[in-house]
Design a protein around this ligand. Structure first.
Ligand code: ADP
Length: 248
């Protein structure tokens, strides 16, 4: 069988802002259809790492390879999105005035005018994809509601559905559980575990209950580099991690 290279491979990536090292020789490998949780105190470099992967920030040193051959540090944000890397920020951005299913449809036809998209007849293939995406993000029962009427958690799921419409190979998600109820948090963990069966997911998260629900390998960043990596139990028992979180 052919050797499949690691989906995402950051190798000794450093980023400096006016001499301050936001990332300091950070290395990270994420496999195909793997979900990874990234934790770490404020200022650890989590956002900067996501910015490097999506091409928003260029590293001063190191390489970032996607599928073994694409050098992300040489590409702009649009080209990186085109490769199949989607990013979800903390605040959901949905079309509040449109129905849930129209939001999904608009995401499927991202490059066409919204007006033309909403007026045109849906093809059988589009209807099928909308069904599958609604199901995947648990919004089938809410399909005809205006997106603006959804709960905060449901809006997050809708936005995840809109990102999935682009069929990313890697989905980067920033604090999906922030502001969610306990039930929504648990449902989000389920939903992400399901997504990770087919595409890789990197989740930055502060909520340790949620990270525990995800039940995936955890990478703890501190001062721009990897402090510990492994199961949540192993990482949270790591002495250096304990010191960092307790601020000793
Ligand atoms: P995290 O997401 O883990 O909280 P960040 O990646 O946002 O950490 O930040 C890492 C460090 O880099 C912080 O000390 C932050 O102040 C600094 N930093 C981030 N972006 C910039 C920037 N554009 N200019 C200067 N410093 C920055």
């Amino acid at each position: 069988a052919p050797v499949t290279p690691t989906l995402l491979y950051l190798d000794n990536v450093s980023v400096s802002f006016d001499g301050f090292r936001a990332l300091n020789s950070l290395s990270l490998a994420v496999d195909h259809a793997e979900m990874r949780a990234i934790i770490g105190p404020n200022g650890a470099g989590k956002t900067t790492m996501m910015d490097v992967i999506t091409g928003k920030t260029r590293p001063n040193e190191g390489t970032a390879l996607f599928e073994g051959s694409h050098d992300l540090t040489a590409l702009d944000e649009a080209a990186i999105a085109e490769l199949g890397i989607g990013r979800k920020f903390q605040t959901p951005t949905v079309f509040e005035m449109h129905s849930v299913e129209d939001n999904i449809l608009l995401a499927l036809k991202e490059n066409r005018s919204p007006f033309a998209t909403l007026l045109s007849r849906r093809t059988a293939r589009e209807r099928e994809r909308i069904e599958a995406l609604l199901e995947r993000v648990r919004l089938t029962a809410h399909r005809h509601r205006k997106a603006g009427e959804l709960s905060h958690g449901q809006k997050q799921w809708l936005e995840i559905g809109m990102l999935l419409a682009q069929q990313p190979k890697l989905l980067l998600i920033d604090e999906p559980a922030a502001g969610m109820t306990d039930q929504e948090t648990a449902d989000t963990a389920d939903l992400l575990r399901d997504i990770a069966k087919t595409q890789a997911v990197v989740v930055v998260e502060h909520d340790m209950t949620f990270v525990r629900d995800l039940d995936v390998k955890v990478t703890c960043l501190h001062e721009g580099t990897v402090l510990a990596e492994g199961t949540l139990d192993a990482v949270s028992a790591n002495e250096r991690v304990v010191e960092v979180y307790l601020g000793r």
